[in-house]
Design a protein. Structure first.
Length: 678
């Protein structure tokens, strides 16, 4: 802080569910954030921010911010009406309701949270301590990445991969299931640098994304066919002997069995499965087998189908076949979160010892709609939502909304805005934004640890998540217990192992000390130090088709012949930023991208309103014929808040609550629909 003025500059970190985890410089004066900049000296941020986060002051000072505790005064099925109450009133009533439920069965209390903030403090910590102490039901946090994450664990032993910055040195980059320009901007900077240096970029994605536009080649495969494509590539690598036999012999367990399986999947078999041409598959294999170093940037979109876990296992094995890991610019990156795992002191933050031996039931968040409607498991009597908006983001969210409308369900939501979920709450508690609280961040896209310092005091009566749960713990009678008394500074100092907290606070970020090519000589984080092509428990990976596909469900596919995927709109991040007017103005309205051929057979033209439907529900969307959809596939760009949809719904009205083959994840992109004129 300047001695002459109240101008401040503090270290910040982007809190959102994005692999970039940008290092920020936040400028503020008094109680107002003036601007947010990317740090030029942070290796991956290099001074650049996405459009979304550069508008963070607009979000923090939004006129619709929830700044005071609110209590519902309307029925759950009526338009929402709330009255302002004091924190004392709100916490006393909430604690009383939760105590009454806990006296019968604490497992009837269901926390629900995800990655509204990725911070180690505000994302959990004090909340986890409270739920453990209370014995509340646990949440299986599967909605985004669990299939791919578990697939990496089964294959590599942890969620590890090549380092982001070395993509700039690659000669071939496969961008697989990622619209990097929109959702991984700083990776794209390195990929573009490689492109300028002569590297070939190939985009593998059902949708012709903004990233595909900038690549040398785009392969528009059918949703859910990625595993079959990986097997065909293996087939060709084997047939032409584009293999690194030394790497396979010394650092891969189960290669012989994998080889036998791959030889059953020639391009001629795979072409009709993927919708690609035989010569496209052969050419891709040739590029990958004869170009070094070759790198794969895999992202989570492709694992949001029933066979997503097996697909990731198969793709993750490709770099082993060609020995790409011997080069620092070769290999694969899906998640780097495993690198920071040894430095995260989760036990100290979450205090699992407070469970005292209890094993509460686990609810899969991807099936929260069925759980709220008593279609699966014991009855949920209280729901506490923070860092998420399940009424918008959860699969088959018509079920979620109907569950939230139960008069006997007590719902508390910690929020910045009146989201679709907050509209159904009994209490809405005002939470601080990233500009107003302390936090510590790791990343799943790079290998730095960052600190976020508060730039301004909490606005209105908003409080950090940690403080809300600290005060709720006191209202529940736990306030005198030591775990409930530690402040955020104490939590931040406990969050990390083996890292200098004072240095982190001073410098804003610390880079983990890791080898450039960590797996050049094996040394994988598995029990035998090798990649597992065959896992001791999970066996050999294989292609697993979508549950909603002509192959798996021909009768269903006859009624609903179009595959629908719901990739994020470029200017939203999941359901965050949807209410920021300047960003919503760019997106304009919810749309359905179609191929002109599919539109013509249904009598639809560009700009027409269409009814998209299946057995789970329907939504009305504006048809856009912009060349981004392949035949047989439509794109419902998300995730809009339901209240901004033309019929009060969003694309997750149509998705289902079935789970992935590995990791119990959500199958957002495994969805059949039909489209008709509205």
């Amino acid at each position: 802080m300047s001695a002459e003025t109240s101008l401040r500059r503090v270290h910040g970190a982007c809190p959102h569910d994005c692999p970039d985890t940008c290092a920020l410089v936040v400028h503020s004066e008094g109680q107002r954030v003036l601007r947010v900049q990317g740090r030029a000296d942070h290796p991956s941020t290099h001074g650049a921010l996405c459009t979304k986060v550069s508008r963070y002051p607009e979000r923090t000072h939004h006129p619709d911010r929830v700044l005071y505790p609110l209590r519902r005064v309307s029925a759950k099925t009526e338009p929402p009406r709330f009255e302002r109450v004091t924190w004392t009133e709100a916490l006393a009533d909430i604690a009383g309701r939760l105590q009454g439920i806990a006296a019968r069965d604490p497992q009837a209390i269901q926390p629900y949270s995800y990655a509204g903030t990725m911070g180690l403090l505000q994302g959990g910590s004090m909340a986890d301590r409270l739920w453990n102490r209370l014995g509340a039901a646990r949440l299986d946090r599967t909605i985004c990445a669990s299939a791919g994450a578990e697939a990496l664990n089964l294959t590599y032993g942890s969620r590890v991969g090549m380092h982001l910055r070395f993509f700039a040195e690659s000669r071939l980059i496969l961008i697989w299931g990622s619209n990097s320009i929109a959702s991984n901007l700083h990776f794209w900077t390195y990929a573009n640098q490689a492109k300028r240096n002569g590297a070939k970029l190939i985009c593998i994605d059902p949708r012709r994304t903004e990233t595909a536009d900038k690549c040398h080649q785009h392969l528009a495969l059918r949703p859910g066919s990625d595993g079959a494509l990986a097997l065909a590539l293996m087939h060709e690598l084997i047939r032409h002997d584009w293999l690194d036999h030394d790497y396979l012999e010394n650092y891969v367990t189960g290669w012989a069995q994998l080889r036998e399986r791959a030889l059953q999947w020639p391009p001629e078999r795979v072409a009709p499965v993927t919708g690609l041409k035989v010569d496209e598959i052969e050419a891709l294999a040739r590029d990958y087998g004869t170009t070094a170093p070759a790198a794969i940037r895999l992202n989570y979109g492709m694992q949001r189908v029933h066979g997503g876990g097996n697909a990731v296992r198969l793709i993750a094995l490709l770099p082993c076949l060609v020995g790409a890991w011997k080069h620092r610019a070769g290999g694969l990156l899906l998640s780097s979160s495993g690198w920071s795992a040894p430095f995260k002191n989760n036990a100290a933050l979450e205090r699992p010892d407070l469970l005292a031996g209890r094993q509460p039931r686990m609810v899969n968040m991807s099936a929260i709609g069925n759980a709220l409607r008593d279609l699966e498991g014991p009855r949920i009597e209280a729901l506490v939502v923070y860092n998420s908006n399940p009424a918008a983001v959860a699969p088959e969210n018509g079920n979620v909304v109907r569950g939230l409308q139960r008069n006997d369900l007590f719902t508390v939501v910690l929020e910045h805005f009146m989201t679709d979920t907050a509209d159904h709450a009994d209490y809405v508690l005002p939470a601080t934004t990233q500009m107003e609280h302390l936090d510590v961040h790791t990343s799943y896209g790079h290998t730095d640890v960052l600190i976020n310092e508060p730039a301004i005091p909490p606005l209105g009566e908003s409080k950090p998540n940690t403080q809300i749960f600290r005060e709720l713990a006191a209202a529940l009678g736990f306030g005198s217990e030591p775990w409930a008394q530690e402040d955020d500074e104490a939590l931040a100092r406990q969050a990390l192992l083996g890292l200098d907290y004072e240095r982190l606070r001073r410098e804003g970020f610390v880079s983990l000390d890791l080898p450039d090519a960590p797996f050049a000589h094996g040394e994988w984080p598995t029990t035998d130090g090798k990649v597992w092509a065959v896992h001791p428990a999970a066996g050999l990976p294989d292609f697993v088709p979508n549950v909603e596909s002509p192959e798996s469900a021909p009768t269903l596919a006859a009624r609903y012949p179009l595959a629908m995927i719901s990739p994020p709109a470029r200017n939203f991040l999941n359901s965050s930023f949807v209410n920021v007017q300047s960003l919503r103005d760019i997106e304009r309205e919810p749309v359905l991208e179609m191929h002109p051929q599919d539109a013509q057979t249904r009598g639809l033209t560009d700009g027409a309103m269409a009814r998209v439907f299946n057995d789970r529900g329907e939504q009305r969307l504006k048809v856009v014929l912009n060349g981004r959809a392949r035949p047989g596939v439509v794109h419902g760009l998300g995730v809009w808040w339901r209240k901004f949809g033309p019929d009060g719904k969003n694309v997750n009205e149509l998705t289902h609550q079935g789970l992935t083959d590995i990791g119990g994840g959500a199958c957002f992109y495994d969805c059949l629909v039909e489209v008709r004129a509205a």
